[in-house]
Design a protein around this ligand. Structure first.
Ligand code: ZN
Ligand code: ZN
Length: 1013
């Protein structure tokens, strides 16, 4: 036997095994380094990675999705020769990290953290980041993501922190920084306010107490206001009751005032417009605890859709309440402290949490006889996105950046960005139009220290750099390990105005400051001198060898050509980056964005650890393989939720098998033929058949169409083109050419090899493992890896050739449909096929052969019965009562067919979309139609056709047996056919011998036998 030119392939790929092998080879051969070297000096493609939070100890499949998209487009750009940065980023401080560490240490409150000690707490937090970043890196490498691992950016680096300081100083100099005093969403467990953009997606369904409470009117004895609330704990902070001045209010016989419109069936003793109730004084529900005056105020926003139309107002516990207090000069009562517990001044409520207080308050109101009704109310309520504690409202002093001036600048900057899908850009616009000032302060520990030093003299010193800190420091510099609590808090600075020592505020910054500064901090904005390994400062020391580049580098790589993250990042990372970039440069930090929706499990449910339907990426790597995952990710339209799971993975595996089998088919026959391709003469030339020329054009069309998909950042388009191409390749070219491969036809081998090699190159960014594996099988004298082979350059495809074969395939497809409805086996030859509506120039024989019919005729299909039914959702409304008559006429076949699919029936003209049309075969014919083409298959059988059908059956059985016995493709056999088939072999013997590679054909016994000759 001849030596094999191509390494034979197993029947099925073992994806995980093949991938581990590929990873080892890339490592050993330095493939990624070679790729970067190859592209050095090429055109630039700037990608900036959004940081992944380093608080998990394995890669999640959600993260794997985003990482795959990033990798796909970076690999595509690399194949096109683009020089790129491959810097991965880790989000490494903030509440996410803190909450994890608190859980590990069993700490339940801020007090416990402080008792544990902030230094040790900071070290534990860093430790989480170290372990998590290692695990995420491992997972990402296994996924096939090519990044400059080890040179990552960490947002807790001192360098990153200094860059945020710099931005904050600019904001302060422009007078956009202020300390706000307002009611804000507050997490009592985390002990901090939560900003507007952190509330996205944090609303959950909850049942809360629903109370109707009577408030006695001071100057109208025996009369009461009735208010409704779902937050009983806020009642002790009540100072006013709001009415809608335009609405009408009524007094019940028992003295209760409510909005009359809310109770249309009730009779009222007296009615007054809301405006007349304004100013009435009443006794508060907890005047025994808080001594404040209570009165009725007007408010246009009072809803008449729920409650009593009289709203309880507690300015210490709600944003709108707080604003009303400013307008009406109301007192502000703040009932709970940072941890959501009642202050000592609240008597018997002191120390209770808001939920604990609720029960006691209800009991107390009942005792006082002012509780009208108590029940439960289902509503959407926000919870903390990190610890899932229900949020409350509290008055707090928070630091804000005013967006008054920035809003329009950001809208203008966003107008320069190209968003995919487009609607996400509009979401960003909506957000920018409606967002409030940015609340940047958090009362926490492991985060960016806000460099604000307010002095008693009234001056606010904002430190913009470490150098400035050192220059202004009064003490404590020697113990400064990192720009972080607790060390930084021990360094008072001299006030820039009066020179007195001032302390830093205790707050840390919103994590989105850390992530938003990345396009500046990692690219060396305004940095005079390149510092090798200069990014690895503070907590990042020893974790990364990333450089701090200089300003010229920033000029080269800013703004990013492309960024990609999930949709929720619109108000998070995309927003914070845009915000900071507009502050510093007035420009958008990215030119293009690819966003994508959510990942759900394969049945469409959210994935939750507690529901047992999450899939760790490690499991997926081992059970399906990274390529299979990447296929699912790449094929997913970004504007829809991805249903991820093992079921869809099996489907992908099946399709990957068709792909694998096409290559295996080639390898087997090329080895048998001793075919040796040459990379130098990649494109086949010379003696090509029409079908070969078609495949070359088809391949060029695939390359062109897939390229367009990549250029539009739409990998699902690439996958769609690929699947159509693979179908043409395997179900048309290979099927139609089988005989030529048996005959060592060099042109066929050359053409198929070309097609496969080009296909691998196009798919390499999406399926980096299997394509490189197969590349190394198929390409013997070219680039050592498909990833080093560059992007295929092909001629403009000849679309007329493609259209011609597409029409042929359509007819064949319809012919198969007709056959399958007839119930006659595909192997049974038939007499004729009539085709209407397609040209088929020069392809009649091909069609006949594919459908196993003796003749194909072009002409009108008369053997058709037309059935027309009304399309009820359309016709019902249009015809009304006359529908019945029309339906009867249609059923009776009393109608006239008009052009463009319209019909005239019972005096009406119906449009094409108002009817459902079926064309059925008449007796003895099978008919199918679509896209304006109709085919009819003559189902009549005669003895000759039946005998031929049996010959096909026999050939099929023998070839299956050859496979079962493991015969080589080229093995010749001696075939023994049973006596019963004597007539068959008499008529078709030579043909059968040819088809099964038999050298001899014997007739004997009762069984079919074959052996090697
Ligand atoms: Zn929380
Ligand atoms: Zn001062």
């Amino acid at each position: 036997m001849r030596e094999q030119i191509f390494q034979p392939l197993p029947d099925k790929p073992d994806h995980p095994g093949l991938e581990r092998e590929m990873l080892a080879r890339w490592d050993a051969e330095g493939t990624f380094a070679k790729l970067r070297e190859q592209n050095r000096g090429g055109p630039k493609f700037s990608f900036v990675d959004g940081p992944v939070t380093a608080n998990r100890f394995s890669l999640g499949v959600h993260t794997a999705w985003g990482r795959t998209l990033k990798d796909v487009f970076q690999r595509y750009k690399a194949l096109r020769g683009f020089d790129q940065r491959y810097q991965n980023g880790f989000d490494s401080q903030g509440l996410w990290i803190e909450v994890g560490v608190e859980r590990e240490l069993g700490l339940n409150s801020k007090r416990e953290i402080e008792e544990f000690g902030l230094e040790e707490f900071a070290r534990r937090c860093r430790d989480v980041v170290v372990r998590s970043s290692e695990a995420l890196t491992r997972g990402s490498i296994r996924l096939g993501q090519w990044m400059d691992w080890g040179r990552d950016y960490f947002t807790f680096s001192d360098t990153n922190i200094e860059y945020v300081w710099r931005m904050l100083k600019v904001v302060h100099e422009r007078d956009w920084l202020y300390l706000g005093h307002r009611a804000t969403e507050w997490c009592p467990r985390c002990g901090t306010s939560i900003s507007q953009h952190e509330l996205i997606g944090s609303y959950v369904d909850r049942a809360d107490p629903s109370l109707f409470v009577r408030l006695p009117l001071l100057e109208r004895p025996g009369e009461f206001l009735v208010v409704w609330t779902t937050t009983p704990w806020t009642l002790p902070a009540n100072v006013a009751a709001a009415v809608n001045p335009e609405a009408e209010y009524g007094r019940r016989a028992n003295g209760e005032w409510v909005a009359a419109g809310r109770y249309p069936d009730e009779r009222f003793e007296e009615k007054r417009p809301g405006a007349e109730l304004v100013g009435w004084a009443y006794r508060g529900p907890f005047d025994d605890i808080t001594q404040v005056e209570h009165r009725v105020i007007p408010w246009d926003e009072v809803s008449l859709d729920e409650g009593t139309g009289i709203v309880h107002i507690a300015p210490g516990c709600g944003t709108e309440d707080f604003e009303l207090a400013q307008v009406h000069g109301l007192e502000i009562v703040q009932p709970v402290d940072e941890s959501g517990r009642f202050y000592d001044s609240f008597g018997w409520l002191h120390g209770l949490s808001t939920t604990e207080a609720a029960e006691q308050i209800i009991g107390n109101l009942e005792e006082k006889g002012v509780l009208v009704e108590a029940g439960l109310h289902e509503h959407r309520y926000p919870e903390c996105w990190r610890c899932h504690t229900p949020l409350i409202f509290r008055i707090a002093d928070d630091w804000f950046i005013s967006v008054r001036v920035l809003r329009q600048q950001m809208l203008d900057a966003n107008a320069t960005v190209e968003w995919t899908p487009e609607y996400m850009g509009k979401r960003m616009d909506d957000w920018l139009r409606n967002m409030g000032d940015w609340n940047i302060s958090r009362r926490r520990y492991y985060g960016l220290p806000l460099p604000f030093y307010p002095c008693a003299c009234g001056h606010l010193t904002v430190i913009g750099s470490r150098a400035e800190l050192e220059e202004r420091a009064v003490a404590g510099l020697d113990q400064l390990e990192e720009l972080r609590r607790p060390w930084i808090d021990r360094i008072p600075v001299r006030c820039a105005e009066c020179g007195e020592p001032v302390e830093r505020i205790k707050e840390v910054g919103d994590v989105w400051l850390d992530a938003g500064i990345v396009p500046f901090s990692t690219l060396g904005w305004q940095n005079d001198e390149w510092v090798p390994e200069g990014y690895g400062t503070g907590a990042a020391k020893g974790l990364t060898t990333a450089d701090l580049p200089d300003h010229a580098y920033w000029e080269t790589w800013f703004p990013a050509d492309w960024v990609s993250e999930m949709r929720e990042q619109i108000r998070l990372w995309f927003y914070s980056q845009l915000f900071m970039s507009v502050v510093l440069t007035e420009d958008a930090p990215f030119r293009r964005v690819l966003g994508y929706e959510k990942m759900l499990d394969e049945t469409g449910r959210e994935m939750h650890a507690s529901w047992g339907n999450t899939i760790p990426a490690e499991d997926a790597f081992e059970r399906m393989g990274a390529d299979v995952m990447r296929w699912q990710f790449a094929a997913q339209p970004p504007d829809r939720n991805l249903l991820f799971g093992f079921g869809p993975a099996d489907e992908v595996k099946r399709r990957l098998l068709t792909f694998w089998n096409s290559v295996k088919f080639f390898v087997d026959y090329a080895n048998a033929a001793g075919f040796e391709p040459s990379w130098e003469r990649l494109q086949p030339e010379g003696e090509l058949t029409t079908l070969d020329r078609w495949l070359v054009e088809r391949t060029h069309a695939f390359v062109a169409d897939a390229t367009r998909g990549y250029e539009r950042w739409l990998s699902p388009e690439v996958m769609r083109e690929f699947e159509a191409y693979l179908d043409d390749l395997s179900n048309w070219y290979i099927r139609r050419s089988r005989r030529r491969f048996w005959g060592d036809d060099e042109a066929a081998l050359r053409t198929l090899w070309y097609a496969l090699v080009q296909m691998l190159r196009v798919l390499a960014p999406i399926l980096p493992f299997v394509t490189d594996h197969l590349w190394r099988v198929l390409v013997l004298d070219g680039p050592e890896s498909v990833h080093l082979a560059g992007w295929p350059e092909v001629a403009e495809p000849d679309r007329s050739v493609l259209d011609e074969i597409a029409a042929v395939r359509r007819v064949v497809e319809l012919g198969r449909q007709a056959r399958s409805t007839s119930g006659i086996k595909l192997r049974q030859p038939l007499r004729r096929l009539v085709v209407e509506g397609a040209g088929l120039d020069g392809h009649l024989e091909e069609v006949a052969d594919e459908l196993r019919v003796k003749a194909v005729e072009l002409g009108p299909v008369e053997a058709v019965e037309l059935r027309v039914k009304p399309n009820l959702p359309k016709l019902g409304p249009k015809l009304g009562k006359e529908l019945g008559a029309v339906r009867e006429a249609l059923t009776a076949g009393e109608f006239e067919e008009l052009p463009d699919g319209r019909f005239r029936v019972a005096g009406h003209e119906l449009e094409a979309d108002e009817v459902l049309v079926e064309r059925g075969g008449r007796e003895g014919w099978a008919v199918a139609s679509g896209d304006g083409v109709t085919v009819a298959l003559d189902l009549g059988l005669d003895d000759e056709l039946v005998l031929e059908g049996e010959a096909y059956e026999l050939i099929h059985r023998v070839n299956s047996l050859r496979k079962e016995r493991g015969f080589e493709l080229t093995d010749r056999i001696v075939l023994t056919v049973p006596e019963a088939d004597r007539e068959l072999t008499g008529r078709h013997g030579d043909w059968i011998k040819r088809e099964v590679l038999a050298t001899e054909l014997e007739i004997a016994g009762e069984e079919l036998k074959l052996e090697k000759s």
